[in-house]
Design a protein around this ligand. Structure first.
Ligand SMILES: [Zn+2]
Length: 341
């Protein structure tokens, strides 16, 4: 009974707060809002992609962008943050739409939707991974584990046992849980675990439709007013690196990205949101003007420019218990009333 009641109460409370205006966008004209997406996929690809928490459908994405375009002043992250820092306070507050990881689906499926609504966004790319069309480690692990779980459950149980794999019944939950656990390993342990899981699955299991954006795609997007920022070189968790490794990921990624794009790169986005004082200092020293983490919530005036927060967007958490995308749910999630995870 409680289980049934909770989502109902949540939906009703969200509607009420929205109706009386407490969560409406224009209540936060002094704030800088930043939202995060990773992947935007058509239905067949969405079903095949193993990490549901970082993927939305093209239809859901279109709904999100429509909402943002109606209720906010949408600009790139660098553009919105610069105007916000200069004291501009439009009636419809600033909101920046950001994408992490540089995946090809961003150019193919997200950009056309953004441009249909006449808005520009920011794309944070792992520079060396773009250069090599590499599969990022969380995707390598996700695809390999999902394939193993589909094809050979005994082999999956053996391969995943090292991380204490939970109940294998729910494939999606298992894969997501594995990636979270693998973040706790050292870089060397993680590489070895991903390699071993991939070998057990018969090699790189990324489907043919998937891959990184190309430099041509990124240059074309920048030429149309979108922002391209650095998301490091190889998407390592930066606090785990030594000073040389950190400098490579932070400073070298800016240098290479500027050379590839032929324009200035002002912004950085920490892989997995992981940044300690040493990482923040390295980003500042490398000449970036601002950096984004994954700390939840809108930014209040005076926020630390190198620790700006964002709101991660998902279809599942924006739906009512009846499965309908809800403006009041989204407004609640974007408001400071949403409890911080
Ligand atoms: Zn990332």
């Amino acid at each position: 009974m409680l289980k049934l009641l909770r989502p109902t109460v949540r939906d009703l409370a969200g509607d009420l707060l929205y109706t009386i205006g407490l969560t409406r966008a224009d209540r936060g004209a002094h704030r800088l809002n930043v939202v995060t997406f990773h992947r935007v996929l058509p239905p067949a690809q969405l079903r095949e992609y193993p990490l549901a928490a970082i993927a939305v459908s093209v239809a859901d994405f279109t709904w999100f962008v429509g909402y943002f375009a109606e209720h906010y002043t949408v600009d790139t992250f660098a553009g919105a943050a610069r105007r916000w820092d200069a004291g501009e306070r439009p009636a419809r507050p600033f909101l920046a739409i950001t994408f992490d990881d540089g995946q090809r689906d961003n150019a193919l499926h997200a950009v056309p939707v953004l441009e249909r609504f006449g808005v520009r966004a920011s794309f944070f790319v792992p520079v060396q991974a773009v250069e090599d069309n590499e599969t990022l480690w969380h995707d390598r692990l996700g695809y390999a584990a999902a394939r193993l779980l589909r094809t050979d459950r005994a082999a999956a149980a053996r391969a995943l046992a090292r991380l204490g794999a939970p109940d294998l019944a729910d494939v999606a939950a298992t894969v997501q849980g594995l990636v979270e656990r693998a973040k706790g390993l050292t870089p060397a342990e993680r590489d070895a675990f991903v390699d071993a899981t991939e070998r057990a699955a018969g090699g790189n299991a990324r489907p043919a439709w998937d891959g990184m954006m190309t430099w041509e795609q990124l240059r074309a997007m920048a030429a149309r007013g979108h922002e391209v920022g650095s998301h490091s070189m190889t998407h390592q968790l930066l606090p785990q690196l030594d000073d040389a490794g950190l400098a490579y990921e932070v400073a070298e990624s800016r240098r290479v990205l500027e050379a590839k794009l032929g324009s200035r790169v002002e912004t950085f986005c920490y892989p997995n949101g992981d940044a300690d004082a040493r990482v923040v200092q390295a980003v500042q020293d490398a000449g970036y003007a601002r950096a984004l983490g994954t700390r939840w919530g809108p930014n209040e005036p005076g926020a630390n420019r190198y620790q700006l927060s964002r709101c991660d967007m998902q279809g599942a958490t924006t739906r009512t218990r009846k499965g309908v995308l809800s403006e009041s749910r989204l407004a609640f999630r974007l408001s400071p009333l949403q409890p911080r995870p």
